[in-house]
Design a protein around this ligand. Structure first.
Ligand SMILES: *[C@@H]1O[C@H](CO)[C@@H](O)[C@H](O)[C@H]1NC(C)=O
Ligand SMILES: *[C@@H]1O[C@H](CO)[C@@H](O)[C@H](O)[C@H]1NC(C)=O
Ligand SMILES: *[C@@H]1O[C@H](CO)[C@@H](O)[C@H](O)[C@H]1NC(C)=O
Ligand SMILES: *[C@@H]1O[C@H](CO)[C@@H](O)[C@H](O)[C@H]1NC(C)=O
Length: 321
């Protein structure tokens, strides 16, 4: 009887050891991002790409530059680049992905980053996609083809998970080089979060360009895009400083593509799961007299800027000591 009990104990111990080992193994197996995406997809039981409607643009001869204004969102970049590259390959869209990394201590300026991106790459493309890094297209019916008949707003208000007003043109917008130059690109006055796309809409309208949008899709606001912002929530810089609110509600006729100021401080190629992108790191230059709100509010700065500030004062203190 005692012998049996000892045998039982041994078996039990072996079992426990085995399951411990197994769980350790599972815990340390690296999860790669595409698996993460796929897992997410199957969890919601939606295919990553829904059936397409047959694009007829084999080797169209057009070249797309995807321009992605960027700062600090590396986890989103890791998902974005492989996903969009695969998505565009399936549509036979000849493309390159460019990340425009704002590397100064000013507030984020999405529109100026797009202007800079355009200046850096327009020799290599004949149309651009102004593309948020946190918005991944899921429905293969969303066409990234050359928008010959006017800007094509892929993230239309009927499809975007968050923005539903009629004149919204943010998120993802395709524009030909010709049209982008015709409207002098985007305004450079929009430091901080929001409204730069509304001003761009005013430019398009004034130039009498029609904004076209996807129609008759098999998906809606819940399943046309994957919005990474919901997965990696971050505080956005909505502050309105000085007379920013008043100025940014007006059509800007002074600034644009022709006078965006910046300094290119780095260029590197990045490969993420076999998909390539080019990262341009740039320092934007702000004319403090005309847009004093380009500098973060003292005390209200983003945590990263505060960290940078405090670490540089620390360094100074050390140097002085
Ligand atoms: C892409 O090109 C391939 C080969 O050239 C063709 O078989 C396929 O149907 C094309 N796909 C689309 C969506 O045009
Ligand atoms: C963007 O620029 C910052 C600061 O210059 C740098 O630390 C960071 O590595 C850059 N990001 C990428 C993706 O290259
Ligand atoms: C959308 O579908 C409807 C009915 O199937 C059709 O009448 C209409 O022309 C389609 N619209 C576009 C823009 O393709
Ligand atoms: C989208 O999802 C929300 C919340 O799950 C739901 O209330 C809404 O009806 C859905 N909309 C559509 C168009 O399916």
């Amino acid at each position: 009887m005692r012998l049996l009990a000892v045998k039982w104990m041994r078996t039990l111990t072996v079992c426990i050891m085995c399951s411990l080992l197994l769980s350790l193994l599972i815990a340390f197996v690296p999860i790669n991002n595409s698996q993460y995406l796929c897992a997410k997809q199957s969890a919601t039981s939606k295919p990553l790409f829904t059936a397409g409607t047959g694009f007829d643009r084999h080797e169209s001869g057009h070249k797309l530059a995807v321009i992605v204004p960027f700062r600090d969102r590396f986890d989103e970049l890791l998902l974005f680049v492989p996903h969009l590259d695969a998505f565009l390959n399936r549509q036979n869209v000849s493309h390159k992905i460019y990340i425009i990394n704002q590397s100064d201590n000013l507030r984020f300026n999405r529109a100026s980053l797009i202007n800079v991106g355009y200046l850096l790459v327009n020799n290599d493309c004949d149309y651009i996609a102004m593309h948020d890094v946190d918005l991944l297209p899921l429905n293969a019916q969303l066409s990234y083809a050359y928008p010959a008949n006017g800007p094509f707003h892929i993230a239309s208000p009927e499809l975007h998970p968050k923005y539903h007003y009629k004149t919204f043109v943010g998120g993802i917008l395709l524009v030909t080089n010709e049209h982008f130059e015709k409207v002098d690109g985007m305004s450079n006055r929009y430091w901080g979060w929001g409204l730069e796309d509304d001003e761009f809409y005013a430019r398009l309208k004034e130039a009498q360009l029609t904004v076209n949008r996807p129609h008759n899709l098999s998906t809606g606001i819940n399943d046309t895009f994957l919005h990474l912002h919901d997965r990696f929530p971050r505080k956005r810089d909505y502050a309105k400083l000085y007379n920013q609110r008043e100025v940014t509600r007006r059509r800007d006729r002074e600034t644009g593509l022709h006078n965006v100021r910046y300094e290119l401080i780095g260029k590197k190629r990045l490969t993420i799961e076999d998909s390539e992108c080019v990262v341009y790191s740039v320092r934007l230059v702000c004319d403090v007299r005309s847009t004093p709100w380009c500098q973060p509010k003292t005390g209200g700065a983003t945590s990263k800027q505060q960290q940078q500030k405090s670490s540089s004062t620390r360094k100074k203190k050390k140097a002085g000591a």
